[in-house]
Design a protein around this ligand. Sequence first.
Ligand SMILES: Nc1ncnc2c1ncn2[C@@H]1O[C@H](COP(=O)(O)OP(=O)(O)OP(=O)(O)O)[C@@H](O)[C@H]1O
Length: 327
Amino acid sequence: MKEFISKNQVCKLHPGQQVIGKWHRKSYKIVKQLGYGATGTVYLAHGVDGAVALKVGAESMAISSEVNVLQQLSKVQGQHLGPSFIDVDDIITSEGTYPFYVMEYLEGEPLIPFWQKHRPEWLGILMVQLLSDLDRLHRIGWIFGDLKPENLIVTGPPYRIRWMDVGGTTMKGRAIKEYTEFFDRGYWGLGSRKAEPSYDLYSVAMIMINSRYPSRFDKKPSSAPYKQLQKAIVNDTILKKYQSTIEGALQGKFSEAMAMRKSLVSQVGSSDSRREYKVTRRTQAPTKQRKKKKKQPAKKSSAIFETFLVGSFLLLVYILYWFGQMM
Ligand SMILES: Nc1ncnc2c1ncn2[C@@H]1O[C@H](COP(=O)(O)OP(=O)(O)OP(=O)(O)O)[C@@H](O)[C@H]1O
């Protein structure tokens, strides 16, 4: 599908090109192409207030449906759910008139590379943030649908998980309109494709699994899908820490995002995880230190320094976490 669209990308815009909306007369200067999806091509552009993301497509219906979702999301108080909506208009070119919309440009790091670079605690913290946002979305009657790392980005510091592609957002009660197999409970035979909170929560559990298995894996025809996923969880030390939460979501035990969030929060802040972190640090102490028997005071002060470092790090993680919650 994407191959087809890439070859036939409608309304190709070029760096430096000025786009002026037919109706609102706002002007945007194209900087570069960011990517393309089923409904159109996204460009980084400069508007009067700075960098924006501009999406141009061929089908007015598809573009206005995405605009509708962005507008609904911007009505939610507090932290923006998805990029904030800026403008919708048409562009007139020599090939015809095309619909486009403009949204906040989200600059950040893709989720999986972020987790690979940062401390394991960030898995729990970002998922707690995501669950708070999902709760707000569910409360206004929508289900994200196609929840996967590619549709999420980490902005900051301070680090915050944000939604990028809201094209799969479906009204509660309807059939999920867009999904990706690995994150879809229907594919794993563990539930329906009805748009309800537990559908998104299943995907959150699969995102957590994906964080530790970046290349993902297929469903094995030989074993029961749930058993296969359970094995992937227990075989990984980080996922094992969140085992009850992940399994609960896979089994559809959480009917709302706040229930899963509560379960996860208790595991992110558990003394076990802190102890485990300290033990790992201790076992990783360089052998050189163990040999230098004479330098006792230095060893003692380095232990104090290390404890101080670990303590400061954990404090920082919690401050960032609560900061993220307040935004
Ligand atoms: N608001 C934004 N800020 C920054 N980059 C964006 C923004 N929206 C989209 N992008 C970039 O543009 C790419 C294309 O986005 P788009 O939502 O059209 O398609 P997709 O998510 O890749 O595919 P599909 O919609 O078919 O699932 C994204 O992968 C992302 O890199």
